[in-house]
Design a protein around this ligand. Structure first.
Ligand code: NAP
Length: 279
């Protein structure tokens, strides 16, 4: 049970992490305002709470002009937002050379610009109150990479960097920013939500086709349980000293540790060249 009731604003509560976090937060006694993309999803979400603690707002996070008024209306009619969770996002899959720039723009509009627009809308309120917590759902793909998800990794690296830097800008106002980087979880991410660019260059068959096939086969059978991820996020939300980065899942931990080790060894291998530019 939460020691203090908080109001969470979570983007994308129709499925996956957003839905799981909303349900766990409601069960813990918090109030949840969730964004969805249809009137039907709004009705369905609000019906989840028997004591009127679940509120929904129809908002596409790429409708940038609508974000500020939507947050102001939530603050006015529902109450102060204690925690913003930028969860709405999707994965683009496709070899970079094959994938049009328009897909990259869409990927960054949702995963990066949408999240930033939400943060810019809540920050004036949180700053005035001198308290608040922002969670940005990034990904282990914000640390480690693999072929075929260049635009996705780019967007998640961007959100990791933005989160960390923003955390330093707002810490003295009592506002914490946590980038939450999940490994592979059983959500709709690799299923209905993924945008897959069709194949066109045979040279990439060997490097990419097995990855696409494995991802399709694994969808729905991933290691991570979104409900447990939600509980982990509630632990971070309840903390007096939330982390700047929080990995979720043993797969994420192993892969990110491996990346850091490989990076450290490359830094050492090239250290002489690196320091040769001083002076
Ligand atoms: P999901 O089940 O597909 O949920 C994605 C949610 O985002 C849905 O509610 C979706 O709404 C919403 N959304 C997508 N585009 C939107 C937009 N333009 N405006 C508003 N809402 C939008 O997948 P998920 O795994 O829970 O994804 C949540 C976050 O976790 C994403 O940022 C994803 O990149 C990240 N993540 C997932 C995994 C994983 O393995 N599952 C791992 C690392 C990171 P609709 O129902 O209307 O489409």
């Amino acid at each position: 049970m939460a020691s203090t009731q908080k109001t969470l604003l979570i983007t994308g509560v129709s499925s996956g992490f957003g839905r799981a976090l909303a349900l766990e937060a409601l069960a813990a006694g918090h109030k949840v305002v969730g964004t969805v993309r249809s009137e039907e999803a709004k009705r369905e979400f609000e019906a989840l709470s028997s004591n009127h603690s679940a509120f929904a707002r129809v908002l596409d996070v790429t409708d940038f002009d609508a974000i500020e008024p939507a947050v102001a209306e939530i603050e006015r009619t529902i109450g102060p937002v204690d925690v913003l969770v930028n969860n709405a996002g999707y994965g683009h899959e496709g070899v970079m050379e094959e994938s049009p720039l328009s897909e990259m723009r869409k990927q960054f509009d949702v995963n990066v610009f949408g999240a930033v627009a939400m943060m810019k809308a809540v920050l004036p309120f949180m700053r005035e109150r001198r308290r608040g917590h922002i969670l940005n759902i990034t990904s282990m793909g914000g640390f480690i990479t693999m072929p075929g998800i260049t635009y996705y990794c780019g967007s998640k690296f961007a959100l990791e960097g933005i989160s960390e830097a923003l955390g330093k800008e707002v810490a003295s106002f009592g506002i914490a920013v946590t980038a939450v980087a999940p490994g592979s979880f059983r959500t709709d991410w690799a299923g209905r939500s993924m945008r897959r660019t069709p194949r066109s260059i045979a040279d990439y068959d060997a490097v990419f086709d097995p990855i696409r096939q494995a991802r399709e086969e694994k969808s729905g059978k991933q290691l991570g349980d979104p409900r447990k991820a939600a509980q982990a996020m509630l632990t971070a939300i309840a903390s007096d000293h939330p982390p700047a980065h929080l990995l979720l899942g043993s797969d994420a931990l192993g892969l990110v540790r491996g990346k850091l080790t490989a990076m450290e060894s490359e830094l050492r291998e090239w250290e002489t060249v690196t320091v040769s530019t001083d002076g």
